[in-house]
Design a protein around this ligand. Structure first.
Ligand code: FAD
Length: 318
């Protein structure tokens, strides 16, 4: 079922959803099921599976030469979606990125997912590779998520890349896109970022999932500004509990967000990682309760492949 239909059917009750990462190479699908198993008690109608591009590594090639080798540490997004849908009978939502794909490869991948019964995507641009200063599309690929949204929206109208006619048997995907309550790090200001978010919606996005945030006021303001510029689709807040002391320093540079002083002080004062996790889980519980009270359609938890913190939040909140 489409995410938008899940939201409609819930009739204003806040849904519970999850995001998981494909396991590192060398692990099995059962390692991922071990994360999901306990969380299924809370009946998430959908589970997102992230997409991870290659990382460029350098290997000695003999004769003093160095060879550039692209390595993907977490492959398998499509297969994992198929496995999750078959195993749990929930909708699995693959993340698709622009980076590393031509438009033709994207079209092929979308047909594969269509035949697998996937009905929802989260469409993203993706980040620059570690050895790149800025995001660079593949030759013949998309520069921005909005272009990918437009491609899928066209497929939903039966318009494929190089065909003259529109086909009767169009796809019918529900399209999610990313939003950034604290602004995307490349955008010069929040206003500009919001206008590009509106452009993704105008191109055909059906719902928005936000980057994680730790201050609900920031989300409420972002949501208000979205509504003010005419974005009417559902906005789903993404939440992640802090689970270790170091995260108050590691999360801001990676996800470009602020950690409120009360939270960072409490985590710093925690005697060890376990105590820091207690603080993080309690903070996320309070955030979740307030967001539900506010009437958000769904709370989307970034599990980061750990069940326990999200399980404890779900027990208190859902
Ligand atoms: P876009 O919407 O294309 O925006 C990128 C930047 O360009 C923004 O600053 C925007 O303001 C600006 N912009 C947009 N359109 C234009 C335009 N036409 N002209 C000029 N400027 C423009 N990454 C992964 O690799 N895999 C994942 O699975 C993944 N999952 C994610 C899930 C969520 C919920 C979120 C919030 C992020 C996720 N990311 C993932 C990270 C994401 O790929 C990066 O944040 C990336 O840098 C931006 O992606 P985007 O889709 O938001 O880009």
């Amino acid at each position: 079922m489409k995410i938008t239909e899940h939201i409609l059917r819930a009739k204003s009750k806040t849904l519970f959803s999850l995001e998981v990462l494909p396991p590192m190479k060398g692990k099995t699908i059962h390692d991922l099921f071990a994360v999901l198993d306990p969380l299924m008690e809370f009946k998430p109608p959908f589970v997102d599976v992230t997409y991870h591009r290659e990382e460029i590594t350098y290997k000695k090639a003999g004769g003093g030469l160095v060879q550039k080798v692209p390595v993907r540490k977490r492959p398998g997004t499509v297969g994992i979606c198929a496995a999750i849908s078959a195993h749990y009978k929930v909708d699995a939502v693959p993340h698709l990125v622009c980076g590393g794909f031509t438009k033709e490869e994207t079209e092929d991948a979308i047909f594969t997912l269509h035949y697998l019964g996937v009905q929802n995507f989260l469409l993203l641009r993706g980040d620059a590779l570690k050895n790149e200063r800025r995001f660079a599309p593949s030759e013949g690929g998309h520069h921005y998520a909005s272009e990918l949204v437009e491609q899928v929206a066209n497929m939903n109208k039966g318009k494929f890349l190089h065909e003259e006619t529109a086909y009767e048997h169009a796809t019918d995907f529900c399209i999610g896109v990313a939003g950034y309550p604290e602004k995307h790090f490349e955008a010069p200001n929040l206003g500009s970022d919001l206008r590009w978010l509106k452009h993704k919606v105008d191109m055909g996005a059906d719902y928005i999932v936000t980057q994680m945030f730790f201050d609900n006021k920031v989300f409420f303001e972002f949501e208000k500004q979205c509504r003010d510029i005419g974005i009417t689709i559902p906005i789903i807040p993404g939440l992640k509990p802090i689970t270790g002391k170091r995260q108050i320093h590691s999360l801001p540079p990676v996800f470009h967000l602020d950690i409120p002083e009360d939270l960072s002080a409490a985590v710093e004062a925690a005697k060890d990682n376990q105590a820091a996790m207690e603080v993080g889980v309690e903070w996320a519980i309070q955030q979740s309760k307030e967001l539900i009270e506010h009437g958000v359609p769904c709370l989307h938890y970034y599990t980061m492949s750990k069940a326990d913190p999200v399980l404890r939040i779900a027990r208190e909140v859902f």
